[in-house]
Design a binder for this molecule. Structure first.
Ligand SMILES: NC(=O)c1ccc[n+]([C@@H]2O[C@H](COP(=O)([O-])OP(=O)(O)OC[C@H]3O[C@@H](n4cnc5c(N)ncnc54)[C@H](OP(=O)(O)O)[C@@H]3O)[C@@H](O)[C@H]2O)c1
Length: 288
């Protein structure tokens, strides 16, 4: 496929970290489909067809220079197994800038603002180190209800979704829509230089989600509300490392308090196309 006019403005190679993950593989494939040279980075060194895989580990600095070869823009997924991702990311980002990277697009979360825990601590570093940047702050992923996510596992095994969100609502978003925004913000002739809160078209409670999945799946799925401590214990038992389990439980409580009860039109503004609804997503992707 050939480059569009906006892509052709001196775009070099793009490095996509987390390129085997939920958003990264979509971003790598989306860039490749636009004719951009892509280096796909993760610990296994694999990526989507049409991209160049490289072995990359946030915790192994010997893998960093090679990943940056010929790269002028990066898509960043924070190391999820690290309570202080900025400590490992800042030296890499400094190296990236020194080796010619002009633009950085960071995946964070709608629940995390600049300076906050986890990825939130990296917002400031990205804005400080790069003249061209964007921080993507998506709401919770629709993909959490399919594949290997803990919610998908309990839906399959017990027909339940367990949260500490109460009747708090969330503007669930499709990872395809996040990736479309990532591709645009990596390629736009003019950088966005801001954080972008990304949601789907509607805010739903987990009761609402369970009702849609019940309709689509043909078997009753229930939302089981629990307190934060119970949730943290369940997540740890499911293999989530303790610091992440604690953060996810805290974020659920924040959802109960209304932090994610919002809808933005940012996906449409950035990409020109409306985001997919949860019902459309479930009809296409949810299988029991
Ligand atoms: N799920 C949600 O609802 C939600 C909502 C808002 C924001 N987020 C944010 O989304 C981010 C996760 O993004 P995602 O879902 O696209 O990724 P993901 O599916 O969790 O995949 C993680 C990717 O990172 C790679 N990786 C893991 N550890 C690594 C390491 N030490 N060094 C290098 N690469 C490593 C993995 O590949 P290998 O294992 O092969 O290395 C994989 O490609 C998190 O920061 C989370 O806060 C998630």
């Amino acid at each position: 496929m050939t480059l569009s006019t906006s892509d052709a403005t001196s775009v070099g190679r793009a490095l996509v970290t987390g390129a085997s993950g939920t958003t990264g593989r979509r971003v790598a494939a989306g860039l490749a489909a636009r004719g951009i040279a892509v280096t796909s980075a993760n610990r296994s060194g694999t990526g989507p067809a049409g991209t160049r895989g490289t072995r990359f580990d946030w915790h192994d600095t010997s893998t960093h220079p090679g990943a940056l070869h010929e790269v002028d823009r990066v898509y960043l997924i924070v190391p999820a197994d690290d309570a202080d991702p900025q400590a490992v990311m800042r030296p890499f980002l400094t190296l990236a800038r020194e080796s010619g990277v002009r633009r950085a697009v960071l995946l964070s979360s709608s629940a995390l603002s600049s300076g906050g825990p986890g990825p939130g601590a990296v917002h400031e570093a990205v804005a400080e180190l790069f003249d061209e940047w964007a921080v993507l702050r998506p709401s919770w992923f629709m993909q959490n209800f399919v594949g290997d996510h803990p919610h998908a596992a309990t839906i399959r095994a017990e027909s339940v979704i367990t949260t500490a969100t109460g009747d708090g609502r969330v503007g669930f978003i499709d990872a395809d829509d996040i990736a479309r925004v990532a591709v645009e913000t990596l390629l736009s002739p003019v950088p966005w230089n801001t954080d972008l809160v990304l949601t789907g078209p509607e805010a739903l409670s987990y009761d609402d989600v369970a009702a849609v999945l019940t309709d689509v799946g043909g078997r009753r799925i229930a939302h089981v509300p629990v307190d934060a401590d119970t949730l943290r214990t369940r997540l740890e038992a499911a293999g989530v490392f303790p610091a992440l389990a604690a953060m996810l439980s805290t974020l659920d409580v924040a959802i109960a308090g209304g932090i994610d009860d919002r809808v933005t039109d940012t996906v449409s503004q950035v990409t020109g196309t409306a985001p997919r609804s949860f019902r459309e997503f479930a009809a296409a992707e949810f299988r029991l």
